[in-house]
Structures are given as C-alpha cells and as structure tokens.
Ligand binder design. Sequence first.
Ligand SMILES: [Ca+2]
Ligand SMILES: [Ca+2]
Length: 285
Amino acid sequence: MKKIITTVAGIAAAMSIGPASALTVTYGDFSDLSAFQQNGATAAIADPVTDASNRKVLRLTNNLNQSGSAFLTNSINLANQASFSTKFTFNISNPQGISDGDGQGADGIVFVVQTVANTAGGIGGGIGYLGIAKSVGVELDTWDNGPGLNDPNGNHIGINLGGNFNGSTQPIGTRMNNGSDWFAWVDYDGVNDLIEVRLSQTNARPVAATLSRTADLVAELGQTNAFVGFTSGTGSAGGFHDIVNWEFRDTFQPIDPNPTPEPGSLALLGIALTGLAGLRRRVRA
Ligand SMILES: [Ca+2]
Ligand SMILES: [Ca+2]
C-alpha cells in the first residue's frame, strides 16, 4: 500500500470544532520511501527491503556497529500543544554478535519526535538517538548497557527527552528481538502534558499504558514543527531492525484497530434488541 496523507482541515474549519487541522500519515508498508530522509546506516541499505515474511519494511539497521535513522523529510506542525498519536508495528530479527543476559542481539529502535536536525545519533547503546537534543524518544531497548545508559536490564522500554536516556523505563518479559511482530502505541496529550506508551504482541490496543511520564513537549522542543521518525543502533551485537507499518496523527487521537463498543453503544444495542423482542411478541399475539 502506498503512503496516504489525509488532510481534513476544511471539515474541521466548517464544523468550527476540534483542531484547526488534522494530518494523518499512514504507511501500510514501506514499498515507497520517497517521503523519508534516511541517514547513516539506514541510507546505505538498498530499498525496498523485503523481510522474511515477504513484506516491504523500513529496515533501519542490518549489521554490527551501525547507527541509522529515517525521518519524514517534511516537518509536521504539531499545533495542538505538540499533541500526537501514533501506532507502529516493529520486528527485530536475525540477532547477531555477542549476547547480554537474555540472549543475542542489540540494540533496539527509538521512535523520535525532534527539531534539531533530520539526522541520526550515536551507535550501539545510543540506539541512533543519543545526542539528538530537543527531542522525545521512546526506546525499545534490547541490550543491557547498565546504569551508564539508565538500562534496568537488556529488554525494556523507556520514554526519554533531550537525546539522553534519562527517562522512566519498564522491563518487558518477552525478548523484543525475538523475530515476531510487536505493536506499539505512543500518545502525547499536550493539554495534560502526558506521554503514554503501550506495547503488545497482538494488534489490540491495551487498555492500560505500559509506561507513561509527564513532559511539556512544547518547552522541550522549543517549537511545534517537528521531524518524526525512527532511529536504530547496533554495536558488537546487532540484528535486523524493521518498521513494518506506521500511522501518525498530528493530534491526540489514540489509534485503536479493534475498538470495543462504548458502554453507551452497548446500552443502545440492548434497547434495540429489547424493542425487536417486544415487536416479535406483539406480532405473534
Ligand atoms: Ca541499551
Ligand atoms: Ca537483550
């Protein structure tokens, strides 16, 4: 599927409610990477990449001792107090090199919103993110670098600001570099200064956040125009770090592929069924 960019500014303006504009970027696959600026190792990987499941993916790194990134070339204006919602599927396969406590492979992937430059950060434990100031980075970290990089273990997620691994972290029980698809949701509510991350091995948005932290992204970024994309790094351990699909919304509008009905809808459905049953009884009588 090709990239789809939808603008509904006209609708929002006509209704005079909601945000002044709404932009959704959707990649069902990555057969067309023309809207991305690729940096470092990512730029050196020939496109398109077909993975072991015959899918066209965005492969960020594929060998040892690399740093790479891919950001949408055009910045996005996060006008609603820097709010955004995003969901992506990632897959880390082909673990290489040395092992940490949970096995082979490193270093992970970081989802990044940043303003400094359309570029990539440090290799290895830097996961392509270290040093990207004025940013928020949600790390999917598969290598234990210890306290120096604020790693609680060799398989965790974290929410970081300013290009440093300084945020709250959450260990994940199953190895993220297990070659399976993982599903991640990141939502930033700029009104309440709250970032929430959800991680799942199924394509169903978890009710509870896996990890959250408060942050004022407008203050952190210093502006609301931001580059959005992904970074990755490898060192003496590595692997294939792939983004399988991606959706990004420039406002706080959490993405749920399989929403459960609202209680109100269920109540209405119940009334409708009751009404039908009543009708049937009347018809029979
Ligand atoms: Ca690490
Ligand atoms: Ca590990």
